[in-house]
Unconditional design. Structure first.
Length: 70
């Protein structure tokens, strides 16, 4: 896939490598300011697109969970 230099993608890419060269990796994070986000990585363009779709769904679920706790 094309190189993405963003720090978020670098985290997911590094995690994938440390997790036995995982073909896809998604990191969901919550900041001290209460913002939620994710970084996704896929070894190929197709895997990257798929990881983004999974991450979008996971983020929605995580957001719903956090909102239900308010």
């Amino acid at each position: 896939m094309a190189w993405n230099p963003s720090p978020q993608v670098a985290v997911a890419r590094d995690a994938a490598q440390r997790l036995g060269n995982a073909k896809q990796c998604i990191v969901i994070y919550l900041t001290d300011a209460g913002q939620i986000g994710y970084a996704s990585y896929g070894r190929t363009k197709q895997l990257c697109d798929e990881a983004k779709g999974i991450a979008d769904a996971a983020l929605e679920g995580a957001t719903d969970y956090l909102e239900s706790r308010l």
